[in-house]
Design a protein around this ligand. Structure first.
Ligand SMILES: *Cc1c(COP(=O)(O)O)cnc(C)c1O
Length: 397
């Protein structure tokens, strides 16, 4: 299985970082290899997953949603029920425990919308670690509630005033901090992106989603699902649910954000529309212009608003093992409303992209088909964005 010893998934992945960062990455690789199959570490992780995060998360059959979609039965893997409201905590708890094993006393994180920052600050709080979160000025203004949450959890939020003042620049600052402080700090990357070994480590910690789903579905239905659908920003919730099914005859679909329309700057459908390049330490697909400048991106959901994607997804796309599609803002908002009305579950706008796609393909599916949507998070955080969107639409834009 991938990656190879150098961190490659086919031709994608690797470690494209300044030389000063190589010792830090090697240290993580070594420490991770040691704990990966260590019973004591895995017991400790399992303890926190169960008693702190609230796992395992249910697999819920959604009758009304299924009826609306067509003949197939649709299920939801309820990652929205995790502590802090999404799958992100699966990874931050894992990496925080790894950091402790490495003797580190401080976590560093990059954040855009603030969800990963909050999940890292939470893991730091419960494990007694210090925490610094780098966040762009613009994002701090847009996501003031998450800035408050991180600070009340005891984290230091460092404002990044450079460049576009968003996630891309916050990530660069976090790496800079890490290079200077890695003897006592660990950088917690929030998705299956970045240099090796991060995409592998994050995927492995998130694989708990797919492992649980496999056992739960076999028990409830006596077989595997025929389809699994997940939204893709950097790709961690999708990799987590797909990975344990890669060798099975299950149709896997990753749903990217089509934004306003498929025109440069107005979407973030990286795999559908991007090209080969290097971003944040890995060779993958990304959205860039003909000079290699990273394009602006847009999505109504902040968590999908990223111009890159994890290298393993780039590989699975090329190998045609996973199909990647996109859903636009309008379709995602409609799915957000539908799932809320029909099932009493308000999904994150990111997850609503996956719901929208399941509704789209519903008509073509058969009565025996079973679709699992990975419901990556809950939608309370998106109330203002949806009010803004619907208000704007009423007035004609
Ligand atoms: C951050 C986030 C995502 C996107 O990140 P991935 O790494 O692609 O999973 C999706 N859903 C929710 C709820 C998120 O918070």
């Amino acid at each position: 299985m991938y990656p190879d010893s150098k961190g490659y998934y086919g031709r994608y992945g690797g470690k494209f970082v300044p030389e000063t960062l190589i010792p830090a990455l090697q240290q993580i690789e070594k420490a991770y290899a040691k704990i990966q199959h260590d019973p004591e570490f895995n017991e400790e992780l399992a303890y926190f997953m169960k008693n702190y995060v609230g796992r395992e998360t249910p697999v819920y059959f959604a009758p009304a949603l299924s009826k609306m979609a067509g003949k197939a039965r649709i299920f939801l893997k309820r990652e929205d029920l995790n502590h802090t409201g999404s799958h992100k905590i699966n990874n931050t708890m894992g990496q925080a425990l790894l950091a402790k094993r490495m003797g580190k006393e401080r976590l560093i994180a990059e954040t855009g919308a603030g969800q990963h920052g909050v999940a890292t600050a939470t893991a730091a709080a419960v494990l007694g670690l210090k925490c610094t979160v780098h966040m762009g000025s613009k994002d701090m203004e847009r996501q003031s509630l998450n800035v408050f949450r991180m600070r009340i959890l005891g984290a230091e939020v460092k404002e990044v005033k450079k460049g576009s003042q968003t996630l891309k620049d916050a990530t660069n600052e976090a790496f800079r901090d890490y290079i200077q402080s890695f003897d006592y700090s660990h950088m917690v990357i929030g998705s299956v992106v970045g240099p090796h070994p991060y995409p592998m480590i994050v995927r492995n910690f998130q694989s708990i989603i797919g492992k649980e789903l496999r056992a739960q579905f076999l028990e409830q239905e006596g077989r595997l699902p025929s389809h699994i659908v997940a939204c893709v920003g950097g790709g961690s919730n999708a990799m987590g649910v797909f990975y344990p099914f890669l060798k099975d005859p299950v149709v896997l679909t990753g749903v990217e954000a089509g934004g306003m329309e498929i025109v440069d700057g107005k979407h973030c459908a990286t795999l559908s529309e991007g090209s080969d390049g290097i971003l944040h330490g890995a060779f993958s697909r990304l959205l860039q212009d003909e000079n290699g400048q990273i394009l602006d991106t847009h999505s109504v959901s902040a968590g999908l608003d990223y111009p890159g994607v994890g290298p393993e997804h780039a590989y699975l796309n090329e190998a045609k093992r996973v199909k990647y599609v996109h859903v636009n803002d309008k379709e995602a908002i409609e799915a957000f409303q539908k799932l809320s009305e029909l099932e009493g579950i308000i999904p994150a706008l990111e997850s609503a992209h996956a719901v929208a796609y399941a509704l789209k393909i519903g008509k073509e599916l058969n009565a025996g088909d079973t679709v699992v949507i990975n419901l990556s998070g809950r939608g309370d955080k998106d109330a203002e964005e949806v009010i803004r969107y619907l208000g704007g639409e009423k007035h004609g834009n």
